[in-house]
Structure formats: structure tokens, C-alpha cells
Design a protein around this ligand. Structure first.
Ligand code: ZN
Length: 172
């Protein structure tokens, strides 16, 4: 799980070229559809730890669009990944607390909501459900972002969601 970053790395720049109705890839015949990404490899030297990100422009091999990237140092990449992981963990803790809160409120709200306390509990259940959904989504998104984070930003790189251009590391 712990990724190792190097000063000189080989990245991929993939362009989303279309939605495929058929099998994606040769070894992936089990999948019936998906987005097709095509692209090329590029390599970059990360700046020394403590130095600002390196500005690098890479032309997409599919659409020829020049994309400006900022390549972070090894230390900055590790710090960013750790920050995203902490954010994901914190959101997961909020989710657990919200589940406990909702569970407690459900117990009170169970009977017909007549008293003020019961009506409040009904409100707390609704609030708790929203909070659980929101914090779980946040935790999941941040965890995916941490996983996708290779210390390159710009042009949609590092996005956990479907982007036109996706940057990854060769071998990741
Ligand atoms: Zn492109």
C-alpha cells in the first residue's frame, strides 16, 4: 500500500477517447463496457525536497493539447498523500459518530413522534442519515484521491473521478 516515489519517474498521460460498448482491453474481457483511455508515457524529474514544484508541459498524444503540470518533490508528494489519508480517516470517524448518533436517535424516535423530545429525535435521525452519507462519500473520495495522488497536479491529474486526461505512474 505504501507507495515509493522517486526523483525520476515515468508517468502516463491518458486521454479519454470514448465510451466502449464492447470488452475493454484484451485481458479484461470480463468487463462489458467502460471508458477507453489511450495515451503515452512521459518521464519527469521531481524537484529536490523543499523546492517548489517543477513546471512541465506535456502534449497529449491523442488530442495534441499541451497540458501544464506541476510535478512535486518526493517529500511534498508524500506529505500530500498523508494529508489526504488523514482527511479520509477523519471523515470516517465522523461517519462512525454519525452512525452512533443516528442509532441512538432511532431508538427515541421509534414511537409516534408526539413529544418534543421525540420530534427532535426524528430530526436527529434525518440529520444523522445525511451526515453519514456525506462523511462516507467524503472519506471514500479522499481515500481514492490519496491513492491516485502521484505528486502531479494540473490538467485534471490526481482526480479520483472520470477526467478527460488522467495522469498515473507507470507500474502503479
Ligand atoms: Zn488529450
Amino acid at each position: 500500500m505504501a507507495a515509493t516515489f522517486h526523483r525520476t519517474e515515468e508517468f502516463t498521460l491518458l486521454h479519454r477517447s470514448g465510451y466502449l460498448a464492447g470488452p475493454v482491453g484484451d485481458e479484461d474481457a470480463g468487463r462489458v463496457h467502460g471508458w477507453e483511455y489511450r495515451g503515452d508515457r512521459w518521464s519527469a524529474n521531481r524537484p529536490a525536497d523543499g523546492d517548489p514544484p517543477e513546471q512541465i508541459t506535456v502534449a497529449c498524444s491523442v488530442c495534441s493539447e499541451p497540458i501544464a503540470f506541476r510535478v512535486r518533490s518526493v517529500a511534498a508528494t508524500r506529505t500530500l498523500r498523508a494529508a489526504l489519508r488523514w482527511g479520509a480517516a477523519a471523515s470516517a470517524v465522523v461517519a462512525v459518530l454519525a452512525i452512533v448518533l443516528t442509532g441512538t436517535a432511532v431508538g427515541i424516535a421509534d414511537e409516534a413522534a408526539r413529544s418534543a423530545e421525540e420530534q427532535e429525535a426524528v430530526f436527529m435521525v434525518a440529520l444523522g442519515v445525511v451526515l453519514v452519507a456525506a462523511s462516507l462519500t467524503t472519506a471514500w473520495t479522499l481515500a481514492l484521491k490519496a491513492q491516485a495522488q502521484v505528486g502531479v497536479s494540473g490538467g485534471g491529474a490526481g482526480a479520483a473521478t472520470l477526467a478527460k486526461h488522467v495522469v498515473g505512474r507507470v507500474g502503479d
